[in-house]
Design a protein around this ligand. Structure first.
Ligand SMILES: [Zn+2]
Length: 142
């Protein structure tokens, strides 16, 4: 096991701690939006150094207000913190992502059911029915 010494001085330590607190401590600010709604931190990330290894350093950049431009974003807001569901994103990236996830239907009116929706590499939800329609249209034009 690696020594825990020095983790308090690490630039990601406060963020890692806050992530755990809002998921586990009812006293934490925002607990009702995280732990209170069943959002958890994966077991692997109870180890601070595993978290650092999975996420890598936070990309540099500051907002006009002097805060970190990039924050830890859950790609699917319904799921918890894990290497598969987390990325560094700017606030505007997160907001556009969240608006997408709030939608229940694609722009063509197909419902985002579990079978019909899939997530691309950018974390955007896509519609299978539209992809099928597109293929059928291309075929018809041949
Ligand atoms: Zn569609």
């Amino acid at each position: 096991m690696r020594a825990q010494d020095g983790r308090c001085a690490h630039p990601l330590y406060a963020l890692w701690r806050a992530m755990h607190q809002r998921c586990t401590s009812p006293l934490a600010i925002n607990y009702d939006r995280y732990g209170g709604r069943g959002i958890t931190v994966c077991e692997r990330w109870s180890d601070f150094w595993a978290f650092v290894e999975d996420m890598g350093p936070r990309p540099e950049g500051k907002t006009p207000g002097g805060r970190g431009l990039y924050s830890l974003d859950r790609i699917d807001g319904a799921l918890g913190y894990s290497p598969e569901n987390c990325r560094w994103a700017t606030l505007s990236e997160q907001n556009s992502n969240r608006r997408t996830w709030l939608k229940t239907h694609c722009p063509h009116g197909h419902e985002y059911t579990e079978e019909n929706a899939w997530v691309d590499k950018q974390g955007k939800r896509r519609c299978r029915q539209c992809a099928r329609d597109r293929r059928a249209r291309l075929k018809a034009e041949d």
